[in-house]
Design a protein around this ligand. Structure first.
Ligand SMILES: [Zn+2]
Length: 171
């Protein structure tokens, strides 16, 4: 399953919680997790990293309180820096429409993140996004369970909290 790009950006704060360093300054991580395979050599300027950090804060805020109209307009506005035009491509002798971005690599990244976020809203997945209850983790994940009962992002976090509770009870 492909990770939603908006959640990938939001969850990049995990490293700050867990390892106390800002992973968005790590160019390798950014290329690996956020850019498309053919964009691996792109590096971000300091200003662009700051802009990603601001976007992350805003999306995180949207996630905890549901996005306001003003926040959505700000995101819409950001999308205007990049648009896509169609081009006919031949892939293995099949005709395929390819959408070519008009913006810079960074503006294209920003629109891909915002579109991924809009996808969560439109497909009604938004309400199924949970924050891991392990206070050291706080990873945002999509709860696919039927009764919406998942509290932890992984069994690792679940076990960690269980052990911790057990220990504090028995001390
Ligand atoms: Zn977790």
């Amino acid at each position: 399953m492909n990770e939603n790009l908006a959640l990938a950006l939001i969850n990049s704060r995990w490293h700050k919680n867990y390892e106390n360093h800002e992973i968005l300054f790590d160019q390798n991580w950014v290329s690996e997790r956020l850019f498309l395979p053919h964009q691996k050599s792109i590096s971000l300027t300091e200003e662009e990293v700051q802009s990603l950090l601001d976007l992350r804060d805003m999306l995180l805020d949207c996630l905890t309180k549901k996005p306001t109209k003003a926040q959505l307009s700000a995101l819409d506005e950001r999308l205007k820096k990049n648009s896509y035009y169609p081009q006919m491509d031949i892939v293995d002798s099949d005709y395929k429409i390819k959408w070519i971005p008009t913006g810079s690599a960074f503006d294209t990244l920003i629109s891909r993140i915002i579109l991924a976020f809009y996808d969560l809203l439109e497909k009604d997945i938004f309400q199924n996004i949970k924050t891991c209850e392990n206070e050291l983790c706080h990873y945002s994940f999509i709860d696919h369970s039927k009764n919406q009962s998942k509290k932890f992002c992984s069994t690792r976090c679940n076990n960690y909290v269980k052990v911790k509770r057990f220990r504090s009870k028995n001390e």
